[in-house]
Design a protein around this ligand. Structure first.
Ligand SMILES: *Cc1c(COP(=O)(O)O)cnc(C)c1O
Length: 217
């Protein structure tokens, strides 16, 4: 019951236009099912094998989000069913997603991941690299990917002003691109520790793990 309680408490605090992705990495299928039975349909996973295994065990109407760092050679395993690939950090990866989506006769929704945090270890495109992907027109060639927004992680710090600053820069960048005609409607920023800040800065999709399922070991 704990999972369902946590989930419903969080949902009550979210504005209606914000999508909650329950991040279930390392958590067993039974816990996911508990959230599912409480009405949750969007789940996020970071590892391809774990995602494939869970998708086979769990109800077919779950919308699976891949939120980890995706290697090109593994796209084929998730291409048949993934709902949204959130961590796309290169044009090369988009090319492979396009190829695998075509093989599966579908269009795969993707978010480009931006590197806005101070930590070097986090993945993602710089703002310049991201802008270049749009302005170059290269996306027009990819008929089987739909780049519908941006994803990012802020720095891991208790300094709220710093985190807010990162999210604001990111969201202004997104709004600029939208003003230029790119339909980047999905703004996936915010995790357990900072989702209120992220929503205040324009996020409409939050990825929450530990506040729903408990700490990971
Ligand atoms: C694990 C993870 C989350 C969830 O983090 P919590 O702090 O447990 O809410 C969100 N986004 C990404 C990309 C993650 O890897």
């Amino acid at each position: 019951m704990l999972v369902a309680d946590n989930l419903l408490k969080i949902k009550q605090t979210l504005p209606p236009d914000v999508t909650l992705v329950a991040v279930s990495k390392f958590k067993p299928a039974e816990m996911i099912l508990e959230a599912y039975e409480a009405g949750q349909r969007d789940f996020g996973e970071n590892y391809v094998q774990e995602l494939v295994d869970k998708s086979e065990q769990l109800p077919k109407d779950i919308r699976w989000h891949f939120i980890g760092h995706l290697q090109s050679n593994k796209v084929k395993y998730i291409a048949p069913f993934v709902h949204l690939i959130q961590g796309v950090d290169s044009y090369k990866l988009l090319l492979e997603i396009n190829k695998q989506a075509q093989k599966n006769n579908r269009v795969i929704n993707c978010l480009l991941q931006l590197h806005i945090a101070v930590e070097e270890t986090k993945f993602g495109l710089s703002l310049d690299e991201c802008r270049e992907i749009f302005k170059s027109g290269a996306l027009n060639e990819l008929k089987h990917v739909n780049v519908c927004g941006l994803m990012a992680m802020a720095s891991n710090t208790a300094d709220e002003a710093h985190v807010r600053g990162e999210y604001q820069v990111l969201n202004l960048f997104r709004l600029d691109l939208m003003a230029d005609g790119y339909p980047l409607n999905t703004a996936s920023y915010g995790m357990s520790g900072d989702y209120h800040l992220a929503i205040a800065c324009g996020s409409n999709m939050v990825r929450i793990g530990s506040s729903i399922f408990g700490e990971r070991h």
